[in-house]
Ligand binder design. Structure first.
Ligand code: GLU
Length: 275
């Protein structure tokens, strides 16, 4: 009798087990993806200090260290990570299409982006600034950009801010990635580059005789780890990993290692709110 009453439940469990055994519905969570000891993570390849693919094929930078720390909390060592370039305009799509398991790429948390992806964190706070040629004394801040060519990157919050607030007097030039803007600046094709100061400081540190940061930051950007919108457990687990990175002291060590030499003031860790 009891067996008969339990029969539907037994059948349901058996069906579930069978689906899992046959491959069934794929587990799209970070936890599920990490089960085989591997993860694919979207980062930048061209942002010194934050994330850069070095000539020897190694990936270095603060975002890289955050990504490695998070992966490790899911049981995935560095050797199990496949790095994928995630440009500003590609991040939401890479996550939505499952081509990366998460993104750590100077990715500001915004309400608009939250319509498509989830964010864990924030793990870092910076603000938008300006990079100019070292010899340029005419540009001192965003108010002196009238008539100038200003470079930023497609689909970044930096370009959106310029369009919304300085569009009248500034000629905005949009490239695919910031290193192209810097090449344009050095070659005299544009007069300034705008994005987060943490990014610009890395380029200035690589070319201290040629480039400089000017003015004060004029936005607040909070970087989050981007992941699939449906993965609530993943978001909590990544936020917990970030909190652990901060409390263990590893967050500050990573910051000093990667950003310290650029000369910018090292910020304190932000409060993790996306849980
Ligand atoms: N943090 C800004 C953003 O997510 C600018 C930097 C970038 O494009 O990665 O849009």
């Amino acid at each position: 009798m009891l067996f008969r009453r339990l029969l539907p439940a037994i059948a349901a469990v058996a069906a579930l087990a069978l689906t899992a055994a046959c491959g069934g519905a794929p587990d799209d969570t970070i936890r599920g993806k990490a089960e085989d000891g591997s993860l694919t993570i979207g980062i930048r390849f061209d942002q010194p200090g934050m994330a850069q693919r070095r000539i020897d094929g190694k990936y270095v930078g603060f975002d890289v260290d955050v990504a490695k720390y998070v992966a490790e909390q899911f049981g995935v060592p560095e050797s199990g990570i496949t790095w994928k370039a995630a440009r500003s305009a590609d991040r939401e799509r890479l996550i939505a299409e499952g081509r990366v398991d998460f993104v750590v790429a100077t990715y500001s948390i915004t309400d608009k982006r939250k319509e498509q992806v989830a964010f864990a964190g924030p793990y870092f706070e910076t603000g938008q600034g300006l990079l100019v040629r070292y010899t340029d004394d005419a540009i001192a801040g965003p108010e002196s950009l009238n008539g100038k060519k200003l470079c930023s990157v497609q689909a970044s919050t930096s370009a959106q801010k310029v369009k919304a607030e300085f569009a009248q007097g500034v000629q905005l030039v949009e490239y695919g990635q910031y290193s192209d803007c810097v090449t344009g600046l050095l070659a005299g094709k544009v007069d300034a580059v705008t994005t987060d100061q943490a990014i610009l400081a890395g380029y200035a540190a690589e070319n201290p005789e040629l480039l400089k940061l000017v003015g004060k930051p004029f936005t607040t950007e909070q970087y989050g780890v981007g992941l699939a919108k449906s993965d609530a457990e993943g978001r909590s687990a990544v936020s917990a990993a970030i909190e652990k990175m901060v409390s263990s002291g590893e967050w500050r060590r990573a910051l000093e290692r990667n950003i310290g030499r650029s000369g910018v003031d090292l910020p304190d860790p932000p409060q993790v709110t996306e849980k």
